[in-house]
Design a binder for this molecule. Sequence first.
Ligand SMILES: [Zn+2]
Length: 579
Amino acid sequence: MRAIVSKGILACVVAALSLPGWSEPGLDVAVLAEAPAAPPPSAAAKHEVVSVRMPGAAFAAMQTINPEHIRWHVRYLSHDLLEGRGTGQRGGDIAAEYIATQFAEYGLKPVGDNGSYLQRVPLVGITTLPETKISLVPKQGEAMVLKPLDEYVAYDRTQQEHTELDADIIYVGYGIEAPEYNWDDYKGVDVRGKVLLMLVNEPPSDDPKFFKGKALTYYGRWTYKFEEATRKGASEVILIHREDMASYPWQVVRNSFSGEQSSLKLEGPALQVASWVQLDVAKKLATTAGMDLEKMMADARTREFHPVNLGVKLEAHMVSKVRNFESNNVLAMLPGSDRKLKDEAVIYTAHYDHFGIRPDMPAGNNIFHGAADNATGCGILLELARAFSVAKERPARSMIFAAVTAEEQGLLGSEYLGKHPPVPASKIALDLNYDDVKPLGSPEEVEVTGAERTTFYPWVQATAKEFRLAIRPDARPEAGHFYRSDHFSLARVGIPSFSINEGMKFKGHDEAWGIAQDQEFVEKHYHQPSDEYHPEMDFVGDAAMARFGFALGWEAASLTRLIGWQKGDEFEAARVKSQ
Ligand SMILES: [Zn+2]
């Protein structure tokens, strides 16, 4: 696939040259303006040939995107006074109000609740209390009482203060039903009311046609396993944690699931107990059942696998603290210009929440500022909203700008948005998400992981070429990053979605420099109070990512046909179902 620079865009480039402000030093606009026409398609090219088309008015609006505007938003949103923008906390609410006020200033239409910019997101925090008791009860012999945190973590997803459970344990292998890979661990066995013991991850494979080879698919994520078990009416899931299969140590499970767990207020059925056990507990359980865990794991790797009733019961006495709280998504719209297409939309998302203040840490250094994560994304979102609002022409489809909450609590604000979008999910052409776009200077690469799964990819490639940005492939597809940012919440309801971010290669530096910057951030500042704003930060790259996203959004809003997922993609079924 290749980009053709249409006459249209060349004309725009010329028009842009006369615009004031376009030539600010270091801006990548110049790069765009210099972009030569692509070579003609080779005879061998059989793919769809697309052209990047943007009217002059759109181009002019895009050129107003200014790194300093993004800086000001980041400076404010990551200020001490915003108290780390905690979900359901004062600082988070102030951030939401700030964003809403900007949307109002830009003259955008409020599309939250009751004609406001705010969409209320009802949340529940669950803490498993020490009175909780979980035991394994074999047919003969003594019950085994499990030690909390050392041997298991568990929480009650029904959001009740008390739950009692006494049920058979059924081993279901990986707990996956994936018709597109001809894989079914359940084999139609009735598991209603049962406790399901299962493995983390998915059947290992090097074949890209089988669970995408080494890449992690959604079937390998624990969230999928809980959802599938819930759909089948099970009462509990026990995930067997094996470090190499989970790709993180028990300590991570223990830390992540020992404190308060937030989720959306329940809108349907849920598991009574969601739990993880240490490998040793699973071994003991297998032995008690007269089985061998290694063999059970090997059996699970075949299509012939069939669920096994272990003949051991699980007794759970769950006691939880339940805290109801709420936060808001902030939603605005620029209505489209086409009489018909304006009922459809393109959406931009960025989460505004971070971790707030940690009272258990020493005062003075306990505010989680979240400058990179994700005041940068909010700054880009706001600058995009502003740029679209000043365009002398509007795109055919409507544009929605959504600053979402509770991302750090597990993508909850975007989950709510996906379930309650201001325009039906089936009519949303595309979601472009921004999360943690570091102010490191002028990027020469862009990451758009997941874009290749959509029918929009030829345009993404062509646009990247126009911007002289090389598309950087996902270095570790097995880590499943696609499932860990807000765009995923929208993909789940079928909306073609991906995040836009810089790669590792920046102007004036080699790739190793970019990788080193990234590693240093992860080690020293990621999810730490020290992720804060510094005046010497360079927001040119954030502006470049905003312009790139502006062009993509405009394209997506103008195409005659709605964007979809590639044939056979794991989200294709959700898209079809929504339409
Ligand atoms: Zn984060």
